[in-house]
Design a protein around this ligand. Structure first.
Ligand code: MLT
Length: 236
C-alpha cells in the first residue's frame, strides 16, 4: 500500500527512504510559492543552486540570478525571493539560477538522496498538485523546508492540507502526517491568523517588508502549475 509521510525539516530527511518515492518540497514562505508564480508567469526553467557563489556563475550564461538569505535579497543579484518579483512578464522564457535559505537546500538534499521524483508544492498550486498525486502509484514524502532545520508552522499547515485532501488513497503510519492533518483541519478557516503569528511572519515585520508575502502565499490555486525536477532543472 502506498504511504504518505511528513518530514518537518530537511535535517530529518536522512531518517527516511526517499528512493522510488515522490518528494513534495514545501517552502510556503516563500521559495516554492515563488517558484509557482515564476512558472505561472512563463519562466522556462529554474536551476536550484546551493549558494549565492554557485548561483553567480550562471550570470555569464544569460541566466537571471536570484538569491535570498535570511529573508532578504542578496546584494548584487537580479532578484530575491518575494513572489511579487516573479509576476514580471519580462521573465517569460527566461532561465533562473535560484538560491534561498531553506527551499532550494531542501530540493538539493532530495536530489542528493536520489528521490524518485521531486515536485514543488504550495497553496498556490495545491489543487493541481493533489490531483496529480492521486493519479500516481507511488508513496509520497511531504518535505517541509522549515527555517534553518527548525520546524515552521506554515509548511506543516500545507503538509496537513495535502494529507487531508488525498489520504483516502494512502496508508498513513506517520505521526507527523497525522499531526499535520489535525493542525490543518483544526485551523483551515483561519490560516492567515495562524501564519501571521509565525516566526517567519515576524521576521518580515522586523525587516519592514514592503509587500505582504504572507497573505499572498496563503492564496489557494492562483497558480495552476506543477513544477517538477527534470534533471538539474525545475520545469513544468
Ligand atoms: C526560503 O524561501 O528559503 C526561506 O524560507 C526564506 C524566505 O524566502 O523568506
Amino acid at each position: 500500500m502506498k504511504s504518505i509521510e511528513v518530514v518537518y525539516t530537511p535535517a530529518l530527511l536522512p531518517l527516511y527512504d526517499v528512493k522510488g518515492k515522490i518528494v513534495v518540497v514545501i517552502d510556503i514562505l516563500r521559495a516554492t510559492s515563488t517558484m509557482c508564480v515564476a512558472f505561472q508567469t512563463g519562466v522556462k526553467r529554474i536551476l536550484p543552486s546551493g549558494s549565492p557563489e554557485e548561483c553567480k556563475i550562471f550570470k555569464d550564461f544569460d541566466f537571471i540570478i536570484s538569491a535570498e538569505r535570511n529573508a532578504m535579497k542578496v546584494e548584487g543579484f537580479d532578484m530575491g525571493n518575494s513572489p511579487f518579483e516573479y509576476q514580471n512578464p519580462l521573465l517569460i522564457g527566461k532561465s533562473i539560477a535560484f538560491t534561498t535559505t531553506n527551499g532550494t537546500k531542501a530540493i538539493k538534499l532530495s536530489q542528493k538522496m536520489e528521490a524518485g521524483e521531486i515536485v514543488i508544492g504550495s497553496f498556490l498550486n495545491i489543487e493541481i498538485l493533489c490531483n496529480w498525486l492521486l493519479e500516481q502509484d507511488k508513496s509520497i514524502i511531504l518535505l517541509c523546508s522549515g527555517w534553518k532545520d527548525k520546524y515552521n508552522i506554515e509548511d506543516a499547515l500545507f503538509a496537513g492540507a495535502v494529507v487531508s485532501a488525498i489520504k483516502q488513497g494512502f496508508e498513513i503510519d506517520c505521526d507527523a502526517a497525522i499531526s499535520a492533518e489535525n493542525l490543518y483541519e483544526n485551523n483551515q478557516n483561519k490560516l492567515l491568523e495562524m501564519v501571521r503569528k509565525s516566526s517567519h511572519a515576524r521576521r518580515f515585520t522586523l525587516l519592514n517588508s514592503q509587500t505582504d508575502d504572507v497573505e499572498f502565499c496563503l492564496q489557494k490555486n492562483i497558480c495552476p502549475v506543477l513544477p517538477r525536477m527534470n534533471g538539474e532543472y525545475i520545469t513544468l
